[in-house]
Design a protein around this ligand. Structure first.
Ligand SMILES: [Zn+2]
Length: 142
């Protein structure tokens, strides 16, 4: 084999990345990928498995969407006593999302705290607006 095969780790989405590679690659590149795959089968499979694990996606999301890593997430969680910043629920309640959502100010990008999935969506539905929320409160209380 000629030039060393490189694996940039930080391109947009891991899935998009591999799709693009398949579409854009030449037959030579594909042959080289395949050769690399057979020569490093275990390594490649381990990496493919890792990118599909919930932990990988979770880490990926935290880092790229919110700019924090697992340690910073844990710190936020500890500061909130391990529960949703509004309702005090310990996890997201939804069976799909096992973790509290990172809530951020969409204008400044600043992280406000961690919320359960329902309330994270909820405040989004209320346009992230204290004013709308006050109106909703007035409405609810009649
Ligand atoms: Zn909650």
């Amino acid at each position: 084999m000629g030039a060393e095969y490189s694996h940039p780790e930080s391109l947009s989405s891991p899935n998009l990345y591999s799709m693009e590679r398949v579409y854009k690659s030449t037959p030579e590149q594909r042959a080289r990928s395949l050769a690399y795959y057979y020569a490093n089968k275990e390594k490649v499979q381990a990496r493919m498995k890792a990118t599909r694990s919930p932990d990988y996606n979770r880490h990926y999301n935290l880092k790229f969407k919110f700019g924090i890593d697992q340690t910073e997430y844990e710190k936020l969680l500890a500061e909130q006593g391990g529960v949703c910043g509004i309702c005090g629920q310990s996890q997201s309640g939804s069976t799909r999302a096992k973790f509290l959502a990172v809530d951020h100010d969409h204008t400044t990008g600043k992280i406000r705290g961690l919320l359960c999935a329902q309330l994270n969506k909820g405040i989004g539905c209320l346009k992230d607006s204290p004013e709308v929320l006050r109106q909703a409160l007035k409405y609810l209380e009649g």
